[in-house]
Design a protein around this ligand. Structure first.
Ligand code: 13P
Length: 215
């Protein structure tokens, strides 16, 4: 194993532990993948993050094949399909954050209640329809809900965040849970006023240059 591959495997384990420490996931209900060579590295199914070791991370080829002795995450199908469909993305984070999941159970998307929604690529964070975990149907729903976006909710399930890097996908996962929490809070008071699609587009373009210019 090259040093680069070992570092990627360790980074996946570190991100899993961080997800739980941050409170955006519980137990082993999340899973993470990162593009690697002509395939991806993905968390194994149902192994506790605390004791997970780099050799337990599974390398999966783009045809879904993997070493016979290893069991990839039960959600390998959507990780694979997303990385196939999205050349702009190299990391997929799936978790069951409480506020995202509350909205998803109610079949609600997150509307533009805060300008930070633009970080997920558009003026809403869609909620993919329900399908049983690990199925081709769930994967198809997720890929569609993520079209042109970097995050979506999964009805009666949780959330997916994407990134060019694992750090970016993790940052977005935390941000999406924050947005879900803010929206949930607003709903306790009433119907929140929304930002316009034009304003979210302006923010999106501004964010693209954020940190790159003096503007
Ligand atoms: P794994 O432990 O198989 O990754 O899956 C749990 C899960 O998130 C199902 O949605």
């Amino acid at each position: 194993m090259t040093a680069d591959e070992l570092a990627k495997r360790q980074a996946i384990i570190d991100a899993c532990r961080r997800m739980n420490a941050l409170g955006i996931n519980q137990g082993t209900s999340g899973n993470i993948s990162v593009r690697h060579g002509d395939g991806l590295l993905i968390t194994p199914t149902s192994l506790p993050y605390d004791t997970m070791t780099p050799d337990q991370i599974v390398f999966m080829a783009m045809d879904g094949s993997h070493p016979p002795g290893q069991k990839p995450s039960s959600e390998w199908r959507f990780h694979l399909d997303i990385l196939k469909a999205r050349a702009d993305v190299n990391a997929v984070v799936h978790a069951h954050p409480t506020y995202c999941t509350i909205l998803a159970i109610m079949g609600m998307e997150i509307p533009p209640v805060h300008y930070m929604i633009a970080a997920a690529g558009g003026d809403s964070i869609r909620c993919a329809p329900y399908a049983t975990f690990g199925t081709v149907e769930l994967s198809a729903h997720a890929v569609r809900a993520l079209d042109g976006r970097l995050a979506c909710l999964l009805d009666h399930h949780g959330m997916i965040a994407l990134g060019q890097t694992l750090d970016k996908a993790m940052w977005l996962a935390v941000e999406v849970e924050t947005l879900a929490r803010q929206y949930h809070g607003c709903l306790q008071i009433g119907k929140p006023p929304l930002l316009s699609s034009a304003e979210i587009e302006r923010v999106r373009q501004r964010m693209a240059g954020y940190g790159l210019s003096e503007g």
